[in-house]
Design a binder for this molecule. Structure first.
Ligand SMILES: Nc1nc2c(ncn2[C@@H]2O[C@H](COP(=O)(O)OP(=O)(O)OP(=O)(O)O)[C@@H](O)[C@H]2O)c(=O)[nH]1
Length: 381
């Protein structure tokens, strides 16, 4: 593992500040040599000209298509050639940073590192960093599923242009980002100004890395006046209405518009207003939910269920990660996955901690209720 070359994938909305961030990283005195793979659209590759680099730095520009689709094979090829040059002593670098185009889906880019055998022997993904621009972020999320996907995949969300954005807009965008991806810490990053340790060596795909969850997200999972996730449209809502897929999701039995939080809600006297608001207001294609239980899982049943779940919903399962309480062992089981690819390993013993399972799923309109029910059938009797 120590010989593997760490890779950071920088993704983010068009014009969000990816190149600005990359420049900042390249300029900083961190003593590491970085090779950069730039994916840009079109003949006129300008981003690479904007990079301020030393002469001996490796910059590969891939501008004849998008690395998440048309030229994904070229990405693998470039990575292998780069590693071979390093082995021959022709290139000197400690790590690779890939800057994707603003419209790239980071899923297929990350998958290259797990699925391409030659690539996975030499490289490991350290983290997916998504830059979200506070000025245009909300509009981009409304208009682009790729943008939501970039948020869903992220290990870190960097909020740029906060220096010139309205405070309320920033707060609203922050809530929405938490709702889409509660795993990723959101860090303000004006003009790429960020502690390098927040973006490099974050071990986003390490099985023993802590399950980072936004505490507010756990609160959001508390029952609300609408017990269902608004994405479970087949079942409608406790309010008796079948929710319109996109537009009616802000009404509930309480009769209040879910945006009106100041007065609270009739169905629960003391709502957590933050939880109420973020959950109800956003109806993004990509969102997250949690499963938790204090009962142990039956390993064989869980294994078979997760295989069939990823077989059916894998393309819509962006990232999922869990710390599991398994029958038959006193150690934690850590697992995580991207689409169909799953990995699991035994972690530390539970010790004095009360064993329980927690899994967060981030995906595209996943059937939360049936997945939770399915997981419940995997609990040991
Ligand atoms: N005020 C402000 N401007 C920023 C910030 N980050 C980036 N910019 C500006 O936003 C513009 C776009 O930044 P880039 O770094 O080129 O964005 P990008 O994400 O690489 O753009 P594409 O590759 O075209 O998707 C530039 O003019 C930057 O100077 C920020 O935090 N605050």
């Amino acid at each position: 593992m120590d010989k593997m070359i760490p890779v950071t994938i920088i993704t983010g909305f068009l014009g969000a500040g990816k190149t600005t961030l990359l420049n900042r990283i390249l300029k900083e005195e961190h003593g590491q040599k970085i090779a950069v793979i730039e994916n840009e659209f079109g003949e006129a590759a300008i981003d690479s000209d904007l990079l301020v680099t030393n002469e001996d730095e490796e910059i590969i520009t891939m501008s004849n298509g998008c690395i998440c689709c048309t030229i994904r094979g070229d990405l693998a090829e470039n990575l292998i050639k780069l590693a071979e040059r390093r082995e021959r002593g022709e290139a000197n670098f400690d790590r690779v940073i890939i800057e994707t185009t603003g419209v790239a889906d980071p899923g297929p880019v990350a998958q290259t590192f797990f699925m391409d055998e030659a690539v996975s022997e030499k490289y490991m993904v350290d983290g997916i960093i998504t830059v979200v621009d506070a000025i245009n972020g909300t509009r981009t999320l409304n208009e682009s599923e790729e943008a939501q996907s970039q948020v869903g995949f992220a290990d870190r969300l960097l909020l740029s242009k906060v220096d010139i954005a309205d405070k309320e807009v920033v707060q609203d965008l922050t809530d929405r980002l938490h709702h889409i991806n509660p795993r990723a810490p959101i860090i303000e990053c004006n003009m790429g100004n960020i502690d390098i340790n927040e973006v490099l060596d974050i071990h986003g795909f390490n099985l023993d890395a802590a399950l980072e969850l936004d505490p507010d997200f756990l609160k959001e999972e508390a029952p609300e006046c609408c017990e269902h996730d608004h994405h479970d449209h087949e079942e409608g809502c406790c309010c008796g209405h079948h929710h319109d897929h996109h537009h009616n999701d802000d009404h509930c039995t309480c009769g209040h518009h879910h945006g009106e939080h100041d007065e609270g809600c009739s169905c629960h006297d003391h709502h957590d207003h933050h939880a109420h608001s973020t959950k109800a207001r956003y109806d993004d294609e990509i969102s997250a939910f949690m499963f938790h239980s204090d009962k142990p899982f039956d390993p064989a049943r869980l294994d078979s269920y997760m295989r069939s779940l990823t077989g059916v919903y894998g393309p819509d399962m962006l990232r999922y990660k869990g710390v599991l309480y398994m029958a038959g062992t006193n150690r934690k089981m850590i697992f995580q996955g991207v689409h169909m690819l799953m990995a699991a390993d035994l972690g530390k013993p539970w010790g004095d901690e009360k064993p329980s399972s927690k899994i967060v799923f981030i995906g595209r309109r996943l059937p939360k209720k049936s997945i939770i029910q399915g997981l419940e059938t995997c609990l040991a009797e």
